[in-house]
Design a protein. Structure first.
Length: 115
């Protein structure tokens, strides 16, 4: 089983930056495909970014391409989401996801972007 704990959310003005972190428990972190999702009020949870086990391949939603960067440090059991040029429409709860045989989710961290 994997436990995920997100951190780094907060309130930021439009155009600003935040860096989210997701720390995973266990010794099998490197075997999981990791992703970030977000859910805004009244909307469904949506994919934001993903990264393969080795970190060599990354994937992004069109809405964040060129602004967000996902990375991972398998030695620290941590995945990151660097968010630049933030927009009010990026406001959401951001969730970390570990995908293997089973899916695991963190509790989420709130990101609020003011205009």
């Amino acid at each position: 089983q994997v436990q995920l704990v997100e951190s780094g959310g907060g309130l930021v003005q439009a155009g600003g930056s935040l860096r989210l972190s997701c720390a995973a428990s266990g010794r099998t972190f490197r075997t999981y495909y990791m992703g970030w999702f977000r859910q805004a009020p009244g909307k469904e949870r949506e994919f934001v970014a993903g990264i393969r086990r080795s970190g060599d391949n990354t994937y992004y939603a069109d809405s964040v391409k060129g602004r967000f960067t996902i990375s991972r440090d398998n030695a620290k059991n941590t995945v990151y989401l660097q968010m630049n040029s933030l927009k009010p429409e990026d406001t959401a709860v951001y969730y970390c996801n570990a995908r293997g045989v089973f899916d695991y989710w963190g509790q989420g961290t709130q990101v609020t972007v003011s205009s």
